[in-house]
Design a protein around this ligand. Structure first.
Ligand code: AMO
Length: 461
């Protein structure tokens, strides 16, 4: 069977057999029916015309009754399009239908895919058009995922993971798969889902944190994981979900944790360049519905220290304490300031205040109150968080006990014990898969880059 995408003027006069979805059907009079056929993101116009030989009047009537989104089998002749069909991806040729069968009829859809792919500016021009709210789409996600925009988005999501894996494999990292059902909370207690586990309580992993570090104590030296994590965060924000895909890495370093920052730089630029260069078609499709300014980045992320960022915020009139944590609004202001000054949407902050980081973070030996930890940002929002880790068992236990609220060491004993038998200096971090794509495409809501998003109000489909 023929792929619509392969059709061009060189196929004119050929007869092809293809299966596709009937996207729309528009009869004119009782002799012609203009049909748009779709395979994935590719569409072509097909015309069914009543004639003496191949197409009867009954056939034309039958074709008008085929519901949108039904799967059809078509035999057709490829002809030159009378005028370019700008609404279809195949523009120079169209299909003259000779035979048409329904493979699988579709029931009436809760919304039309045409409505679901309209850009916002269409509604502004013509308020009579139907706007399909995000919640409605998510309620009927399998249908919504058929839109060309969603095909493009989720091909690019695949790209994020592929590029992440590709770069780390090239740099001798080993892919690991750590447990998601845990006997104790992985980040020390907060925001954790409890599940019944026979006669006990288990916790869903918030992060592979402890396990990726334990792999370092097992001398694997460089590891990464692409896996689902769970966060019991009661937040309805545009960038938090209760389940998301975490792209984690952890590695030993020789002299300084900035060796790990160099790897992150190379990795993130590989992902950004890969998305930009390998997904030009997808980006063009997405821009039609969600226009956005191209993501600007340099060959390396811009590096600032936390105190430098605090100074930039204060100079711009934002009240900010030396050791305050940055909220989303402040991050965005910083993003704007960085963009104005350095012309990049991609930057990182090094040396976060120790008090705002998890207990396993290494304090900065040179600057009391600060830590050897970092976040990377895209368009002024955090996409990656990481740090050098405490690799001394006694110090790690002390930091757990002094945590606010304190962590009972016995609840994380196997993790603490792993460091008693010698552990190399190491650092790592985790990147939110859905966030990277949301921010690269400037989509404004993380639910648009999650196949079946989960938040405090959504547990289905
Ligand atoms: P953190 O909790 O900052 O760090 O998460 C790392 C990255 O994961 C993404 N992210 C989220 N994405 C969607 N919904 C959420 N609720 C959510 N929470 C976080 C963000 C964030 O930058 N163990 C550490 C990482 C490390 O130090 O290696 C951790 O998980 O993009």
């Amino acid at each position: 069977r023929t792929k619509i995408a392969s059709l061009s003027e060189k196929n004119i006069d050929e007869t092809v057999l293809l299966s596709a979805r009937l996207q729309t059907s528009r009869p004119t009079g009782n002799k012609k029916n203009f049909i748009v056929l779709r395979q994935g993101t590719v569409t072509a116009q097909a015309v069914l015309t009543v004639d003496e030989t191949k197409i009867s009047k009954q056939m034309q009537k039958f074709s008008c009754g085929i519901t949108s989104e039904s799967l059809v089998l078509v035999e057709a002749k490829v002809v030159k399009a009378l005028q370019q069909v700008t609404s279809c991806t195949i523009q120079d040729v169209e299909l003259q239908i000779e035979k048409l069968h329904v493979i699988s009829a579709a029931a009436r859809l809760p919304f039309s895919l045409e409505d679901a792919t309209r850009p916002d500016e269409d509604y502004e021009k013509d308020p009579a058009l139907v706007r399909v709210a995000l919640a409605t789409r998510l309620d009927h996600r399998p249908i919504d995922l058929r839109t060309t925009t969603n095909h493009a988005i989720f091909r690019m999501q695949h790209g994020v993971c592929k590029l992440f894996r590709e770069y780390l494999e090239q740099h001798d990292f080993v892919e690991i798969h750590t447990p998601k059902l845990l006997g104790a909370a992985s980040e020390g207690g907060a925001n954790v889902f409890k599940v019944e586990y026979f006669n006990e309580t288990a916790f869903l992993a918030q992060s592979p944190q402890f396990y990726k570090q334990m792999m370092i104590t097992s001398d694997f030296a460089k590891v990464f994981e692409i896996g689902t994590v769970f966060r019991a965060e009661n937040s309805q924000s545009h960038r938090h979900m209760t389940e998301y895909v975490s792209l984690d890495m952890e590695m030993e370093f020789e002299e300084h944790y900035h060796e790990v920052l160099d790897v992150f730089d190379g990795l993130l630029v590989h992902i950004l360049k890969g998305l930009k260069e390998r997904y030009t078609d997808e980006i063009a499709v997405i821009k039609k519905q969600f226009p956005f300014e191209d993501f600007e980045f340099l060959d390396k992320s811009l590096r600032l220290t936390y105190p430098e960022a605090v100074k930039m915020l204060r100079d711009a009139g934002v009240e900010f304490g030396d050791y305050d944590d940055m909220n989303t609004a402040q991050e965005r202001i910083l993003g704007k300031l960085v963009k104005e000054k350095y012309h990049t949407d991609f930057f990182m902050l090094d040396k976060f205040p120790l008090a705002v980081r998890p207990f396993y973070t290494m304090p900065d030996p040179a600057r009391p109150g600060y830590s050897n930890s970092y976040d990377f940002f895209m368009r002024g929002e955090e996409i990656l968080s990481g740090a050098q880790r405490v690799h001394n068992a006694a110090m790690l236990q002390k930091r757990a006990e002094e945590n606010d609220p304190p962590i009972d060491p016995t609840t994380i004993q196997p993790y603490l014990d792993a460091f008693k038998f010698g552990a190399p200096p190491h650092a790592g971090g985790a990147l939110g898969m859905e966030r990277v794509l949301m921010l690269f495409l400037d989509l404004g809501n993380i639910r648009r880059t999650s196949l079946f998003p989960r938040d405090p109000n959504r547990l289905g489909p």
